[in-house]
Design a protein around this ligand. Structure first.
Ligand SMILES: *[C@@H]1O[C@H](CO)[C@@H](O)[C@H](O)[C@H]1NC(C)=O
Ligand SMILES: *[C@@H]1O[C@H](CO)[C@@H](O)[C@H](O)[C@H]1NC(C)=O
Ligand SMILES: *[C@@H]1O[C@H](CO)[C@@H](O)[C@H](O)[C@H]1NC(C)=O
Length: 370
């Protein structure tokens, strides 16, 4: 009798936890034992919804924008891609067309040619994996602990890419203000894979009268930037940054270029000089909060986007009656060479298949500068 009741209780508990983890907007909170960092995630898009780190006065600040109601990740018509994992192919694909094996701008009906939905720049290009990319899918929680969570998504090729891709993203926090995200993907057929974690930052968290990131200091160990056309598509050329608005090899305020009223903002891919994951390729720092962020990655490139989100701020950022306005945040996206699948001249292989899995890894380390 006791045994049967015990089994019944066990069964209900198991059923309840499976049921709970099937809600795509259920929040998982991770905290490092030393209290230096707390991160919140939802399975939907494997998305980071809050990230609390210490400022120079010892207070905690949430340094990423978001929604008070996370179901807006699905329903916000502006679709600003707030802090999810982006795939199967991040950033832009020229004319929503590529071929396997890759060729330069394939004819639309040629052999091995694939088409993906055109959802950016007057529907001329594919952006962030199509209309329903990985960032707007119901991932499932497959593992979690107080400091780590793993989400899985099975992409059955419904945005026009070939083959099924199974992807797992693991987010882990640890002592010393560290967030690490790793992504592993396997494919059943030859397919392009290029992903990013699309996090927007504001290291002041809109406190002390700060409304934008223009005074944030940025450093990127990158002496080349990929030239892009008006659609954000690479021309194939690499530009040398010295003496231009793109030179962040030495830390300087993001806002300097904006003193020129004709400067439209950053939305460009830089190529890192050093591909070693043990080196911080990017540093973002705000003197106001004293918060410094060092980013190291196994990826070769970084897209920096000075965004105008135009959506209500979270309550913790002074919302909802105030918006995340012009240049209120900066997205810093660790990724591969943009549209390399249409640029064979670069010699970059972004085609994955059984026997060649895809791996992405990035560490975000927070510290304070007094
Ligand atoms: C979030 O929005 C959804 C859809 O409008 C609504 O059903 C839900 O109750 C809201 N959640 C909260 C916590 O307000
Ligand atoms: C763009 O792709 C479409 C098919 O989606 C094709 O009909 C068209 O020719 C392509 N345009 C160019 C410039 O390659
Ligand atoms: C994703 O989850 C939402 C909310 O629970 C649900 O309405 C929707 O049908 C799910 N989508 C898919 C494709 O399962």
């Amino acid at each position: 009798m006791y045994t049967n009741l015990h089994l019944l209780v066990l069964f209900s508990a198991t059923f309840a936890s499976v049921y709970a983890s099937s809600s795509p907007f259920e929040v998982t909170t991770l905290s490092a034992p030393d209290g230096s960092i707390t991160a919140k995630f939802v399975p939907f898009g494997a998305t980071l919804t809050e990230l609390w780190v210490k400022d120079k006065k010892g207070g905690l600040r949430d340094v990423v924008p978001g929604y008070d109601n996370n179901s807006r990740l699905l329903t916000d018509p502006g679709h600003p891609v707030l802090n999810p994992i982006v795939g199967r192919y991040a950033n832009r694909i020229k004319n929503g067309t590529f071929s396997i094996p890759i060729t330069k701008y394939p004819q639309s009906n040629g052999p091995g040619v694939y088409h993906t939905p055109k959802n950016d720049h007057n529907n001329e290009v594919t952006l962030h994996g199509g209309i329903y990319g990985w960032d707007r899918r119901n991932w499932t929680t497959v593992d979690s602990s107080p400091t780590s969570v793993t989400f899985q998504h099975i992409d059955t090729a419904d945005e026009g890419f070939p083959g099924t891709v199974t992807v797992r993203a693991t987010h882990t926090v640890s002592n010393g203000g560290i967030l690490h995200t790793s992504v592993h993907a396997t494919a059943t057929e030859k397919t392009p894979i290029m992903i990013t974690q699309h996090i927007y930052w504001n290291l002041d968290a809109f406190q002390d009268g700060s409304n934008d990131i223009l005074a944030h200091q940025l450093r990127m160990a990158a002496s080349r930037v990929i030239e892009v056309d008006g659609d954000g598509i690479p021309t194939g050329k690499l530009l040398s940054v010295p003496g231009t608005n793109f030179d962040f090899r030495t830390q300087r305020p993001i806002g300097e270029a904006f003193k020129d009223p004709n400067f439209r903002g950053y939305d460009h891919p830089w190529i890192y000089d050093d591909n070693s994951e043990s080196v911080a390729g990017t540093t973002l720092f705000s003197e106001l909060s004293g918060i410094r962020l060092d980013i190291s990655t196994n990826q070769p490139a970084v897209q920096v986007y000075t965004a105008h989100l135009g959506i209500p701020r979270k309550a913790v950022h002074g919302g909802p009656n105030v918006e995340y306005g012009e240049r209120s945040t900066v997205a810093i996206e660790q990724e591969g060479w943009v549209d390399a699948i249409n640029t064979p001249a670069w010699g970059v292989d972004q085609i994955y298949h059984p026997g060649r899995d895809f791996d992405w890894s990035t560490t975000y380390k927070f510290s304070v500068v007094q």
